[in-house]
Design a protein around this ligand. Structure first.
Ligand code: TRP
Length: 450
């Protein structure tokens, strides 16, 4: 079967960054940074993104390009013996399932973003009743918009790698960066914003030793780089053989952390600017408000205070969030779709529709039972499944792919790889240090931290 391929390094980097950059960067990162003291969190996050997430990303990209297939077939093909093969298939299968489940909850939040975009438009058109319905939490609204969002994702995915993923990432990613830069300039000109910027940039070094901060930064780094579930593995399988993987991976890591930093420069100052306007930015616990309240209460209040121009800023902001979510969800859906195409012998269209319908149904159930199961699904998929799967991927890459095979694979794009610093460090690093670090995070997260 003819497999799709990214046509150049730029398109790969844009698509993979499109996957990495999402609600996790623009919403998750700034709120976690705000909760954990700002500058210290930023420093720890940057440190871990390059120390742990980049090597793990390289393991996924290399595995994917080597086998040129989905996660299940990849792990199966590099394993030898019955037990290893079963373990590989099981790991791959849990990866496919986790990616699908992440899409199910992600589509609900992304649906809120679309609803808020439309609400901001309705406000400008003076359609206040409609705007009110769009911003009010209800089962019908949640299901309608998550379904619409999955529909959009499906449209892009069914068009394939070149016409779908590549074209849309190329269009949407630059829009996102431009919109963010514009918003940052706007917010930084507001009174009060300076305090937020200072909190975000100047670290309080005493906080760096806080175990809670370290665990939180580690989890964020994994989620943000879309690791563990085979997203990056499948994108790696679409890269050309002569591509310089370590450089391409580094570019993705830089752009992902870059957008997270930009988002921090936007959201935290915006929070303090909102406070100047009388918005309560501290929760009852005395901590800064976070999660849904931050994006859906404090920020719209800030936009509203900005007068007529604020309406446009609100539209731009929520459009930006929806775009970021879409380029990420595309990469999540590609995981089960490529698996179905390659192992179940179905067409791309049929695979996309089947997985799409399944996702709509499951996310409908999550919406229906929102208060009791939403949090649990987020926790199981992102805090448990992702690190464990990433650990397995590092082990498969480090121990089962022989050093020589890794060398041959990477050398196609980097002829003088053997003399590089990357080759000196990475093979042992991914074999021993990454798994060890991940085990430490997991154990830490089981321990009650005070
Ligand atoms: N990284 C994206 C974000 O920051 C979300 C994402 C896309 C993801 N694909 C993934 C998360 C796969 C986990 C696994 O929002």
């Amino acid at each position: 079967m003819q497999r799709g391929q990214f046509s150049s390094r730029l398109t790969f980097v844009l698509a993979a960054s499109g996957s990495a950059v999402g609600l996790g960067n623009i919403w998750g990162f700034p709120t976690k940074a705000a909760e954990n003291g700002g500058g210290a969190f930023l420093l720890m996050y940057l440190f871990l993104a390059f120390l742990l997430a980049y090597p793990a990303l390289m393991a996924e990209l290399t595995l994917g390009r080597y086998s040129r297939s989905n996660m299940v077939s990849t792990l199966d093909s590099i394993a030898s013996g019955w037990l290893q093969k079963r373990l590989g298939q099981l790991t791959g299968f849990i990866g496919v399932l986790t990616a699908t489940m992440i899409l199910c909850f992600y589509s609900i939040i992304a649906g809120w973003m679309i609803a808020h975009t439309l609400a901001s438009i309705a406000q400008t058109l003076q359609l206040f009743k409609i705007a009110e319905w769009l911003v009010t939490f209800s089962l019908f609204r949640n299901i309608s918009f998550s379904t619409a969002f999955i529909g959009l994702t499906l449209l892009v995915i069914s068009a394939g790698v070149e016409r779908g993923i590549e074209t849309w990432s190329k269009r949407l990613m630059p829009c996102l960066i431009l919109l963010m830069l514009g918003l940052i300039v706007y917010v930084l000109l507001q009174p009060g914003a300076e305090r937020g910027l200072k909190m975000f940039i100047v670290p309080d070094f005493r906080q760096l030793a806080d175990p809670q901060l370290i665990v939180s930064a580690l989890g964020q780094a994994f989620f943000s780089l879309s690791l563990g579930v085979g997203t990056m593995l499948i994108y790696g399988s679409y890269i050309r053989s002569d591509e310089d993987l370590p450089v391409a991976g580094a570019l993705v890591t830089f752009s992902d952390t870059g957008v997270a930093v930009l988002a921090g420069m936007l959201i935290i100052p915006a929070l303090f600017a909102a406070q100047q306007l009388g918005v309560d930015i501290y929760a009852e616990t005395g901590r800064l408000i976070s999660g849904p309240s931050l994006i859906f209460q404090a920020l719209p209040a800030l936009f509203e205070e900005m007068g007529e121009g604020g309406k446009l800023v609100a539209i731009a902001f929520f459009t930006l969030m929806s775009i970021a979510a879409l380029t990420s969800s595309i990469s999540m859906l590609e995981v089960p779709v490529s698996w179905a195409i390659e192992t179940q012998n179905v067409t791309r269209l049929k695979a996309s529709i089947t997985v799409g319908v399944f996702t709509v149904l499951v996310s409908g159930v999550i919406s229906y039972k929102f208060t009791s199961i939403f949090e649990i699904i987020v926790e199981v998929t992102t805090e448990w499944a992702q690190p464990i799967l990433s650990l397995m991927l590092c082990l498969f890459c480090g121990w089962l792919m022989h050093r020589n095979r890794l060398l041959q694979e990477l050398k196609q794009g980097v002829p003088d790889l053997e003399s590089s610093l990357f080759w000196l460090i990475w093979p042992t690093y991914v074999k021993i240090f990454c798994p060890l670090l991940i085990v430490i995070i997991l154990v830490q997260s089981f321990l009650p931290l005070s």
